[in-house]
Design a protein around this ligand. Structure first.
Ligand SMILES: [Zn+2]
Length: 372
């Protein structure tokens, strides 16, 4: 069994918008309330408050006349807010993220997750059914598969509503055949494949959208915060952000499926993007974050598993750009950057940097696979 998410735009009517706003508000309240509690407990007693204790406290809180209004909200959404908070603390303790932050309305972004109990969540041709809300008009582009587990409702900074329905369905049939491929994260290209040294360009409209975003962001920075014009411009910028995200996501989905279907083993670099970004604010780092390499690699990862393929991450410190693929010569300084075109000092072969790197990544991935 695998998990698959189906995302739809939804169009709640005024009444439903009000209920949604109520749910968002209650979820925000619960999250912040227990964040304070956990924070204090930690400061006073160095104690970690468990999820189950928060859950008990929440039940008590809902009985308190002062907080009775919490009963009006989707109760599974409040539970999942506690789970989110628990995850945030786990991530902090594991060193993956900083101290959990309070949720504020000023983020212009709200979401909650609702659990499916006895078909409380359903998807029809033209609507999505959610607890406390009933049927919400929707554009259902592709119907769901399998059993619904939960639904995440999202209100975006540009003022749109989406729902992402998580389903459990049968895994696709495992594939066999196909060769190994190495993939190098490109700067001018999205990526280069070792197979026939194929360059996969960044999708064309993306450059235009990014340019427009930069322009609109500049206009936003000139407006007075809080003014009416600022708010209009903020929405404009948010809309562009969302379009870019959707566009990119679509591109990543299609490409990752294609690759996993074609190749038996895919090697990529294991780039810790977060670290890269904090190490230097160079142009390269910005572009890496731009092309959303990380989200793409995670898609490769789970799809490889669906289809019985191998995805292998080549170590972060593997010097794929420093080694001549033809003769094995390796530059001593790992941090030294190779030029886009370089000549091997030993064998004289002229290399295109990313093409050479993709071949090295493929071979290193095969080596890791063989030695595992
Ligand atoms: Zn060489």
């Amino acid at each position: 069994m695998i998990h698959k998410a189906f995302r739809y735009r939804i169009y709640p009517n005024q009444m439903q918008q009000k209920i949604l706003a109520g749910n968002f508000g209650c979820v925000r309240f619960v999250y912040n309330f227990f964040l304070t509690m956990r924070k204090q407990e930690y400061q006073l007693n160095y104690a970690n408050v468990s999820y189950s204790r928060c859950s008990e406290e929440l039940t008590a809180l809902k009985r308190d006349p002062e907080y009775q209004w919490l009963q009006e909200a989707d109760s599974t959404a409040l539970q999942s807010a506690l789970r989110d908070l628990d995850d945030a603390f786990r991530n902090m303790f594991a060193g993956r993220s900083g101290y959990p932050k309070y949720k504020t309305k000023k983020d212009h972004h709200d979401s909650y997750t609702s659990k499916n109990n006895n078909n409380s969540i359903a998807v029809t041709d033209k609507a999505v059914k959610l607890p406390k809300l009933g049927l919400i008009r929707s554009k259902v582009s592709r119907s769901i598969e399998g059993r619904i587990i939960s639904a995440s409702v999202e209100y975006t900074p540009s003022g749109k509503y989406y729902v992402s329905v998580l389903c459990e369905c049968n895994a696709p049939e495992k594939l066999s055949g196909g060769e190994a491929v190495g993939m190098d994260l490109g700067l001018s290209d999205f990526a280069v494949l070792s197979d026939h040294l194929t360059h996969i360009p960044n999708p064309e409209p993306l450059a235009g959208l990014l340019k427009r975003l930069k322009h609109e962001q500049r206009l936003l920075s000139r407006k007075t915060k809080g003014s009416h014009r600022y708010e209009i411009q903020r929405r404009k910028v948010s809309r562009l952000h969302e379009r870019i995200r959707d566009f990119r996501n679509d591109h990543h989905q299609k490409l990752s499926t294609e690759l996993v279907k074609q190749y038996s083993l895919i090697g990529t670099e294991d780039l810790n993007v977060r670290q890269l970004l904090s190490d230097n604010r160079s142009d390269d780092a910005r572009r890496i974050s731009d092309s959303g390499w990380r989200s793409f690699v995670s898609m490769l990862e789970y799809k490889a598993e669906w289809y019985g393929r191998r995805h292998i991450k080549v170590g972060r410190y593997y010097p794929s750009s420093q080694i001549c693929h033809d003769c094995g010569y390796q530059y001593p300084d790992v941090k030294e950057k190779r030029l886009k075109i370089w000549t091997c000092p030993k064998c004289g072969k002229v290399h295109q940097r990313d093409e050479n790197a993709s071949l090295n990544i493929r071979d290193e991935a095969l080596r890791i696979y063989a030695s595992a």
